[in-house]
Ligand binder design. Sequence first.
Ligand code: ZN
Length: 227
Amino acid sequence: MNIYQKLSAITADLQTVAKNLTVQQTGSSSYKAVSERDIIDAVKPLEAKYGVYSYPARRSILESNMLESESTYNGNTKKKTTFMTRIETVYRFVNIDAPEEFIETTTFAEGIDPQDKGSGKAMTYADKYALMKAYKISTGDDPDQTASEETLYRKPLTFCCANCGADIKGYKTSKGTVSAEEHIAKSVNRFGKKLCAKCYKEAVAAEREEPEDLRAAAIDLLNERAD
Ligand SMILES: [Zn+2]
């Protein structure tokens, strides 16, 4: 069998398997979810039977962001940071009997996580959908029919250095951590503008040099008068 015949045979065999997939029902909500494990468990024995090996051949991160959202509960506003990763995965199905023969399918996935598991979630999601799309597995889990939880995300405010345009970030000193906001307050207080840590340092150094320049200028002036 060539790779197309193999994938077609697996697709046909899977139609019966798909119906028996465990579907989770959360409370009264009609949301149905089929886990990546369910899909892999269904696909694996059939791929082994027909001699197909599938794996994510290439991945690339399309977007990686730190997002902030605010939620108000009992009048208290809470800020939450969330990591969002959007990836592209090229999933390859190889004919084990003729390894130069393969089919690739591309899936896009997003992972959102309050810790740093955003990319892991995105990969799991991408692999699951690659298998589902390639083998035409229908689980009744239609993302278009399921309302996503609505959270308003926004990118955190970025602060640009008035001098070089770089993002102003927090940093650590021997006395502790200085947040971007604290650094900006310090910079505005001293120089009347937002400077990044590097430009701030240079500005402070320039200020120190200034008296010397003035002294040099005064000496020049005295010399001129002496002449
Ligand atoms: Zn700067």
